[in-house]
Design a protein around this ligand. Structure first.
Ligand SMILES: Cc1cc2nc3c(=O)[nH]c(=O)nc-3n(C[C@H](O)[C@H](O)[C@H](O)COP(=O)(O)OP(=O)(O)OC[C@H]3O[C@@H](n4cnc5c(N)ncnc54)[C@H](O)[C@@H]3O)c2cc1C
Length: 431
């Protein structure tokens, strides 16, 4: 069939209304692609925690026209988040490394409150696009129309679409349509964390004296580290306190089936893990009266493809990773934007969509894999497992400019390159 022949518009079904799914839906709608979102929960929701949005993700939000609104929602005048400062978690908290400041930059990311991020996206989507209480249980080929897929939901209903996008997070059910090893995924990362939000005033009263000046802080120690940054104009401090076991390969340890991945724990459990840390760290942890403990799971080994036929994965469903570069959602936003850019291309149609999805996979997967590997390496450095040790010199050498390949990449270049390839493959015509 000729690629320029007039065809019916594509009908896209998107599973999962998290930040990545909603970004994809917004990008698709802006390209004129009709999309229906199916969400398992009863309403939109995000956990009450902070999220770092790096320059690559911020650029995407800007191109979608929602960045200024997000900054306003987060009580920030603009992109105020800057480069990290690295301190020892112990003793008097020696300053170990100041990540080099980007030339001329006063800030290039934002520390956001997760619910505010989700709300900002929701406001830009017509309410009728999202269907709640729709837990997708399987995706199978349509028996009536070649190439189409049928999504089955836990409530017994189903929906038929030309393209299915799995944005259903780390526990993705759509992944089983795409990956042969989906049954063994995701795996425990041997990393746990305790999370909490602390009003700045309380932290100051508890003896936390370090000023942020827009710079997130990392306090490192053997097998454990804390990530600390301000949100809501520094009224609130977001704390994530990690502990990891690097002696065992990822995937070799599993939680027992009845162990929840996220649970509330007594403060004492957290104190035991961070015993011996210095006063700034202990002051912060004292303020987290009801910590939640997360057993972080990841997609590992890397998927061989994010696409099968007309089903594509984005976000944590495709590459759930450790959060040590604050870039898991950012990668998902990149997937969402590239996928929408290709599906929304004027020459994409039901006749060539499988080739277009393969191009999506070719352009986003290697990069997601690179970032996944870099986040794992970053965690090792913060936790004293870097190649050059925990001294200031060792940390400086190991961290170097680790964020550069993540932050300074423009996905519009990927879309352009993918389109050029599609022309060479004769899936698109040169006009
Ligand atoms: C401690 C920690 C700190 C982090 N910090 C950062 C950070 O600073 N910056 C950053 O970029 N990333 C960070 N991340 C990673 C980031 O949180 C994730 O990458 C991101 O939230 C993934 O978004 P998602 O939309 O792919 O998945 P999710 O947010 O998990 O959304 C999936 C959605 O799909 C729905 N769903 C699930 N299954 C089904 C189904 N079967 N049918 C229908 N709907 C379904 C869910 O209800 C949910 O709404 C961090 C992660 C952790 C654990």
């Amino acid at each position: 069939m000729s690629t320029v022949e007039k065809q019916e518009p594509l009908k896209v079904a998107l599973v999962g209304a998290g930040v990545v799914g909603l970004t994809c839906a917004l990008a698709l709608l802006q390209k004129g692609v009709s999309v229906e979102i199916f969400e398992a929960a009863a309403r939109f929701g995000e956990i009450g925690a902070g999220i770092g949005i790096g320059p690559n993700a911020a650029r995407i939000l800007q191109r979608l026209g929602v960045l200024d609104e997000l900054c306003a929602q987060c009580k920030e005048p603009g992109l105020t988040m800057r480069e990290f400062m690295f301190y020892s978690a112990e003793g008097e908290h020696e300053l170990l490394f100041e990540y080099p400041v980007t030339e001329g930059a006063r800030g290039n990311g934002i520390g956001a409150y997760r619910p505010a991020f989700l709300d900002t996206l929701v406001k830009h989507l017509p309410p009728s696009t999202t269907h709640f209480h729709k837990r997708c249980t399987s995706v199978e080929p349509s028996t009536t129309k070649t190439g189409r897929s049928v999504l089955n939901f836990a409530d017994g209903t189903s929906f038929e679409a030309d393209v299915v996008i799995g944005a259903d997070g780390i526990k993705s059910s759509v992944r089983s349509m795409v990956a042969d090893n989906a049954k063994s995924l995701p795996v425990f990362s041997n990393t746990i964390c305790f999370r909490g939000l602390i009003p700045m005033k309380e932290a100051r009263a508890a003896g936390f004296t370090i000023e942020f000046h827009g710079r997130p802080l990392c306090f490192g120690s053997k097998d454990r580290h804390l990530i600390v940054f301000g949100i809501n104009g520094d009224e609130i401090i977001n704390v994530v306190a990690f502990a990891a076991d690097y002696t065992k390969p990822i995937g070799s340890v599993s939680l027992s089936p009845d162990e929840p991945w996220v649970k509330s724990v007594p403060q004492e459990e957290m104190f035991q893990v961070f015993e011996g840390c210095g006063p700034q760290v202990m002051g912060l942890l004292e303020c987290i009266k009801e910590p939640s403990k997360w057993s972080i799971h990841v997609v590992h080994p890397h998927l061989e493809s994010f696409v099968k036929g007309r089903v594509a994965l984005i976000g944590d469903a495709a590459h759930g990773m450790l959060p040590h570069l604050g870039s898991g959602a950012g990668q998902g936003l990149e997937d969402a934007y590239v996928l929408a850019g290709l599906l929304g291309h004027p020459q994409t149609n039901a006749g060539n969509v499988e080739v277009v999805l393969k191009a999506y996979d070719r352009w986003v997967r290697p990069r997601a894999r690179m970032v996944w590997d870099a986040t794992f390496r970053a965690g090792k450095i913060y936790d004293g497992w870097g190649d050059h040790g925990v001294s200031a010199e060792g940390i400086a050498q190991d961290i170097g400019t680790q964020w550069a390949p993540v932050w300074f990449h423009d996905v519009d270049d990927d879309i352009r390159a993918a389109v050029d390839e599609l022309k060479l493959e004769d899936a698109f015509v040169s006009v």
